[in-house]
Design a binder for this molecule. Structure first.
Ligand code: DAH
Length: 339
């Protein structure tokens, strides 16, 4: 029996020394010291021993039990510390490691130039106003002196939603909304998206951007229009820009003009950029038609005004030598990252 006890001691101490985690140590404890453990079952056989042997074996068994309990506790403590160290090591934060890199967004080229144009007009005392993209026929056409069956409607292929609602084909309806809400003096620009059911190709898109301008006050004349637009174009294209006004027709202005800038590439000689014209058309403009003022409750005897409208995409395409309008709307990062 003494030998059996010594074997248990050796086996248990071996097992403890090899245990890799506290779970394994727990198992060893059960295996040797538990109710059905090896040491316990030996002690149950003590009855068979003689009276002289019993205290000797009993003492040895208790000594081994004590020894094993101590070893187990020490092993548990050691393993706990080991585990803690491993955990600390695993969770250490190396502040010198390079961080994760996030791509920063960039302004869209349309936004870049739009912001520049807004800045120019803000500097001249204009406000920026907004209007709805889903618009009433009344604001998009009727109030702008374009009644039903007016030929001007044919030139603006309209997306109708119902008979009276549509996607605005121009930013000009914001003129009407502004004049309904504000009293002169009025000095606003209104940038935004417009929609026409054009087939998509390199130079046409069913959605594009316009910037509308409107000034209404007492004694506003054609020379105010010319001065303002000339100043604007020189800020946008450079002080040496040459500007010209050509007579034109718009239903909502009288007289009306189209405004060109001398081609900044060939200086009027004619090249690919200006399609041999020497001039590049920038915007439409004119003196607000008295009927339009009347439609908004402004007395044309007392007040006058001028308005203008320009497309944004063409300006941006020439600025950055972009040859396909579709690039603006595809959101290809390789394109957008260039600006
Ligand atoms: N709305 C016109 C268009 O889409 C542009 C325009 C021309 C606006 C003359 C104006 C203007 O305010 O006075 O073609």
């Amino acid at each position: 029996m003494k030998e059996a006890l010594e074997q248990i001691r050796t086996a248990a101490l071996d097992a403890i020394a090899q245990a890799e985690n506290s779970r394994a140590v727990d198992d060893i404890k059960v295996k040797f010291l538990g109710k059905k453990g090896e040491l316990t079952s030996i002690l149950k056989q003590m009855g068979k021993l003689s009276a002289e042997e019993r205290p000797v074996i009993g003492q040895l068994a208790n000594q081994i039990r004590g020894e094993l309990e101590q070893s187990i506790a020490a092993a548990q403590q050691q393993l706990k510390e080991k585990q803690l160290l491993a955990q600390i090591k695993a969770e250490t934060l190396d502040v010198t490691m390079p961080g994760k890199k996030f791509d920063l967004g960039k302004k869209h080229p349309l936004t870049l130039v739009m912001d520049e144009i807004k800045e120019i007009f803000l500097g001249m005392g204009f406000d920026v106003v907004d209007g709805p993209e889903v618009e009433l026929d009344y604001y998009n056409f009727e109030a702008l002196n374009i009644p039903k069956n007016h030929p001007a409607r044919d030139t603006q292929d309209t997306f109708y939603i119902t008979e009276n609602t549509l996607l605005r084909t121009q930013t000009s309806p914001v003129q009407i909304r502004t004049m309904e809400q504000r009293k002169p003096p009025i000095r606003v620009i209104s940038p935004g998206r417009v929609f026409r059911s054009d087939a998509l190709d390199a130079t046409h898109s069913p959605v594009f951007h316009q910037i509308e301008g409107l000034v209404v006050d007492k004694n506003i004349t054609m020379s105010d229009l010319k001065g303002t637009l000339e100043l604007f174009i020189k800020k946008l294209y450079g002080e040496d820009s040459v500007v010209r006004f050509r007579p034109h027709h718009f239903p909502f202005t009288e007289p009306s003009a189209e405004t060109d800038v001398m081609c900044f590439h060939c200086h009027g000689k004619g090249c690919r950029l200006c399609k041999g014209e020497g001039w590049i058309e920038i915007l439409g403009a004119g003196m607000v038609h008295p009927k339009v003022l009347e439609n908004c409750g402004i007395d044309p005897e007392e007040y006058s005004g001028f308005a203008f409208g320009m497309g944004l995409e063409r300006v941006v395409m020439r600025r950055f030598a972009i040859d396909d309008i579709r690039l603006f709307f595809e959101n290809d990062k390789r394109f957008l990252e260039q600006f």
